[in-house]
Design a protein around this ligand. Structure first.
Ligand SMILES: NC(=O)c1ccc[n+]([C@@H]2O[C@H](COP(=O)([O-])OP(=O)(O)OC[C@H]3O[C@@H](n4cnc5c(N)ncnc54)[C@H](OP(=O)(O)O)[C@@H]3O)[C@@H](O)[C@H]2O)c1
Length: 290
């Protein structure tokens, strides 16, 4: 069986991609920097210890691999480590599947860099990976439903603290993203190119709070319009991740992200069914929390 490498397997996106790959019997190798943290991963996963900044470790992890999943971690050196990974994947003849944020059109990307300087390095690293000779599948994703788990204590205490514009932002269940990523990893015929994955609808902070309230059977109110939200984020998130999330949620609080029906249709085509809703996710998560 062909070997598949997964980056970020101890994190949110990579963890769900890894779980989906294991569920489907894929022969998985994970590059992890902390073996202790990785000890909870399924026993069938081959662990390779190393840091993405270490070119030799990346080269070793890619050896004998057919396809690799890359998610860009919230790290100061995000551009440099993506460059190392892309160069080494290309050198090894490995197909690359990326999950994150990519804007294909150069002019659109330049305009976005100007309007949103905090996104410049993310846009550039994705553009670099897309330019590699790895038959790259570039999967762009919207706001994760799974972000809400970071605020479990707040939600259980009746507060939904993440800013989201009153006209709604598209939210996606990463379990659906994992299905499409694993399809791309395991199907050598999966066409290279850019894919936008979305959830079925755009939701405001009030909508999200209401959905959690229904799932938990207790009141949850939206508090993302309270300027104190940054303080709540600082309690739940470390270092560079905190900085990135604050930039993202400043944007999501001030700008609606409408849902394009064509993107929903494409996502459903790639999944072979309709994408899961926040209601599905909150119901499953509330049951797990119980
Ligand atoms: N949150 C959203 O709504 C959203 C939406 C669209 C796109 N995104 C993008 O998604 C990405 C973040 O994904 P995520 O939420 O899965 O992040 P995450 O939960 O913080 O996971 C990051 C993973 O990368 C690993 N890692 C970090 N630095 C590493 C290094 N130097 N060498 C090897 N492994 C390293 C971490 O390992 P450890 O466990 O050892 O730390 C962890 O497994 C970002 O690029 C973000 O822009 C997020």
């Amino acid at each position: 069986m062909t070997k598949t490498l997964i980056i970020g397997g101890t994190g949110t996106v990579g963890g769900l991609v890894l779980a989906e790959a294991v569920r489907r019997g894929v022969d998985v190798r994970a590059l992890v920097r902390d073996e202790k943290k990785a000890s909870t991963l399924p026993g069938t996963v081959e662990l390779v210890q190393g840091d993405l900044a270490d070119r030799d470790a990346v080269r070793a992890a890619l050896q004998g691999v057919e396809a690799a999943f890359y998610v860009s971690p919230h790290e100061e050196n995000e551009v440099e480590i993506a460059r190392i990974f892309g160069e080494e994947a290309q050198r090894a003849g490995v197909r690359l599947v990326f999950g994150g944020f990519h804007v294909e059109d150069q002019e659109q990307r330049a305009a976005m860099e100007e309007a949103l300087p905090a996104y410049t390095s993310k846009l550039r690293l994705a553009a670099f990976l897309a330019s590699t000779d790895t038959r790259p599948v570039m999967i762009s994703i919207t706001n994760f439903d799974q972000n809400d788990e970071v605020f479990r204590e707040d939600v259980l205490a009746g507060r939904f603290p993440t800013p989201m514009h009153r006209d709604g932002v598209n939210r996606i269940d990463l379990r659906d993203v994992a299905v499409v990523v694993v399809n791309a990893l395991t199907d050598p015929g999966f066409a290279a190119g850019s894919y936008q994955l979305v959830g079925p609808e755009s939701l405001s902070g009030e909508d999200s709070a209401r959905i959690w309230s229904e799932a938990l059977g207790r009141p949850v109110r939206y508090t993302g319009d309270d300027p104190e939200w940054r303080r709540t984020f600082a309690l739940r998130l470390p270092g560079r991740k905190l900085q990135d999330w604050i930039s993202s949620f400043e944007l999501l609080g001030s700008t609606p992200i409408p849902t394009d029906p064509a993107d929903v249709e494409n996502t459903a085509r790639l999944l072979g069914r309709a994408p899961r809703s926040l209601r599905d996710y909150a119901r499953d998560t509330a049951a797990a929390w119980r």
